[in-house]
Design a protein around this ligand. Structure first.
Ligand code: IDP
Ligand code: MG
Length: 150
């Protein structure tokens, strides 16, 4: 399964950019196989960002990601991790290329609109944090169409 997790972060939700962000990823050809609106609690935020524990921006990051409801989605498609990350742009919006989500809409590293898993291994772990298998649909590729199986 070539899947990745994205989060539409609180700044993007508050600015009304959720549709724009999801649309850009969808238009590239990635399929939405799971989606929910949720308000992350501190425990989930700390698990999701465990790799950053101890860094100076960890607490502000947890406070930020738990500050409002967000959208979590699972996207499926060829090289979904890489395709999602290059559609998002660099972590620091100042360095993100024009035409990327962060490059077009962001300015501050602490308000960079969107999360995307950084490897297939981390994608699997992150997807499991947010979704049960029953909450995900699977698509079957039939030449040039995608058929929902469940
Ligand atoms: P990524 O979101 O591009 O994968 P990571 O390095 O995994 O970037 O960092 C996770 C998140 O932590 C970033 O998206 C950003 O919101 C925040 N962050 C990363 N580095 C900094 C920093 O130096 N200052 C403030 N926030 C940061
Ligand atoms: Mg990351």
């Amino acid at each position: 399964m070539d899947r990745t997790l994205i989060l539409v972060k609180p700044d993007a939700m508050q600015r009304g950019l959720a549709g724009e962000i999801i649309a850009r990823l969808e238009r590239r050809g990635l399929k939405i196989v799971g989606m929910k609106l949720l308000h992350m609690d501190e425990a989930l935020a700390k698990k999701h960002y465990a790799i950053h524990e101890g860094k100076p921006f960890f607490k502000p990051l947890v406070d930020y990601i738990t500050s409002s409801p967000i959208i979590a989605a699972v996207l499926e498609g060829t090289k979904s991790v890489d395709v999602t990350r290059n559609t998002m742009g660099a972590t620091n919006p100042v360095e993100a290329g024009l035409g990327t989500i962060r490059g077009d809409f962001g300015l501050e590293i602490g308000r960079n609109l969107v999360h995307g898993s950084d490897s297939p291994e981390n994608a699997s772990k992150e997807i499991a944090l947010f979704f049960s298998p029953q909450e995900l649909v699977s698509f079957k590729r039939d030449i040039d169409r995608w058929i929902i199986e469940s």
